[in-house]
Ligand binder design. Structure first.
Ligand SMILES: Cc1ncc(COP(=O)(O)O)c(C=O)c1O
Length: 475
């Protein structure tokens, strides 16, 4: 910190110029998080940027808007009487959903005079890090179910059912796998858990992690059964800042009814003179992004959201077909395939004749074909990421989850701001990168680019060790 103050203009310019060296949000195709809103939304955000969402009594209009958002989202997720709250994002919401399941399981076991020391939770190995964090942070055994090509790289519901026992607090089912955009089978999982309840008497709840799908499925796949119409779905989270189309800083958690939100999680506080209830992990938090969410509800309505998401899905399909047509790539995502058709062996060159598509996120996950790799053994897929970065595109190259981590994928999240015009430019640049690498004698040593020298200050404060996961996670 400097000893003396800096002039406002100079301080602004200094920081502004440094931030200019960041990637461009609109070309950051790695992220699910929304990066563009209308100027009117930006204006509302600036007008409410100084309001704390924790100050219930002071900002009654803000609280009314919050309650309306919960009601609107409950309606989208086919519930009557859901209760819930805004969070900072899906991670906080996932923790709260997990905690509610743990508390309810503990209460039931205690009432029956049974042991409560070994709770477990079930999820696919493709789970986003937030889900595993819940297990580790709150002392719940994490039963990660291996994924495979047959399970479309996400939760294998039969294996998940086999992993259930009397200590299972619940199953996390993901609507929209972070890796490939596939929807996990919530209804199928629910049916299997119904059977388990009939046979063994264990009532195992489902929490749906609909971080992305919560604002995709209701508009693009309204007949899909995944939400509160299934009695076993007790809670759902979503990120308002993903396909809810607000900026980073707003998520949602809803329970199907008050009885599924254990009383121990709800604190009644006397704060600044009034009584208020709180059941979030964070207390103070911005209200402006929740207000931005409400702006979208009013501004777009159902038909507006439907058209935005249909457009993103169509763009994802156009990009998928174009990538397949190059002959260089296999598509691991199945967003562009006819409903029920999975796997890159099933190439289709256009949407012609397809009446219904697989319900999935507008995500395009792809890899170099075996043929290309054989003919060009010097090319590393990760080098495509590095070359594209030189043209400002940010497209990550990740390994699939453990069990399939010998397969690397490139992934593009198609958001509202990614137009057909940009797809045209991107596909040209991907072909350029791939052919440049193939034509080079030695490929391109991506390691040189990825091994960054550390900033000495960052290095001094970074962690040497992590007790954590031995593999890199997709996020
Ligand atoms: C399936 C899934 N769950 C949870 C999260 C965490 O969401 P957030 O970034 O809103 O905390 C993500 C983020 O990408 C996700 O894809």
């Amino acid at each position: 910190m400097p000893e003396l103050p800096t002039g406002a203009q100079a301080a602004y310019q200094l920081i502004h110029d440094e931030l200019e060296t960041d990637g461009r949000p609109s070309m950051n195709l790695a992220s699910f998080v929304h990066t563009w809103m209308e100027p009117e939304a930006d204006k509302l955000i600036m007008e409410s940027i100084n309001k704390n969402l924790a100050d219930n009594d002071e900002y009654p209009a803000t609280m009314r808007i919050h309650a309306r958002c919960v009601s609107i989202i409950g309606n989208l997720w086919k519930s009557k009487g859901a209760v819930g709250t805004a969070t900072i994002g899906s991670s906080e919401a996932v923790m709260l959903g997990g905690l509610a399941m743990k508390k309810r399981w503990q209460a039931k076991r205690k009432a029956e005079g049974k042991d409560t020391s070994n709770p477990n939770i079930i999820m696919g190995a493709n789970a986003q890090v937030a889900l595993e964090k819940f297990a580790r942070y709150f002392d719940v055994e994490c039963r990660l179910i291996p994924v495979s090509k047959e399970s479309h790289h996400c939760l294998d519901i039969k294996k998940a059912a086999e992993a259930v026992d009397e200590n299972t607090i619940g199953v996390y089912v993901i609507l929209g796998s972070t890796y490939t955009g596939h929807f996990e089978d919530v209804e199928g999982m629910s049916n299997l858990l119904d059977k388990i309840q009939e046979e063994k008497g264990w009532d195992v709840p489902i929490h749906v992690d609909a971080a992305s799908g919560g604002f995709v499925a209701p508009f693009a796949f309204p007949d899909l059964k995944w939400s509160f119409e299934l009695p076993r779905v007790r809670s759902i989270n979503s990120s308002g800042h993903k396909f809810g189309l607000a900026y980073a800083g707003v998520g949602w958690i809803l329970w199907r009814g008050e009885e599924f939100l254990p009383k121990e999680l709800v604190f009644t506080l006397t704060y600044l003179g009034a009584e208020e209830q709180t059941y979030t992990l964070n207390f103070s938090r911005p209200s402006c992004f929740m207000i931005a969410q409400y702006y979208n509800f009013i501004r777009l309505g159902r038909s507006g959201y439907t058209s935005v998401i249909q457009n993103s899905l169509e763009n994802a399909r156009i990009l998928s077909f174009a990538l397949e047509d190059t002959g260089y790539f296999d598509l691991i995502s199945d967003t562009h395939r006819s409903k029920g058709v999975f796997g890159y062996e099933n190439r289709t060159s256009s949407t012609e004749g397809i009446k219904e598509f697989n319900p999935a996120l507008p995500v395009v996950a792809f890899k170099l074909t075996d043929k290309f790799m054989k003919e060009n053994p010097h090319v590393k897929q990760a080098s495509i990421t590095a070359l594209l970065r030189s043209r400002n595109w940010i497209i990550p190259n990740y390994a699939l989850p453990p069990n399939e981590d010998n397969i690397e994928i490139l992934r593009v999240v198609v958001r509202e701001s990614f137009s057909q015009d940009l797809i045209d430019i991107l596909i040209t640049d991907i072909i350029w990168a791939t052919e440049t690498l193939a034509a080079s004698d030695s490929g391109f040593d991506v390691e040189i680019l990825t091994k960054r020298t550390k900033d000495p200050i960052a290095a001094a404060h970074s962690l040497e060790h992590s007790a954590g996961t031995p593999y890199g996670r997709q996020c």
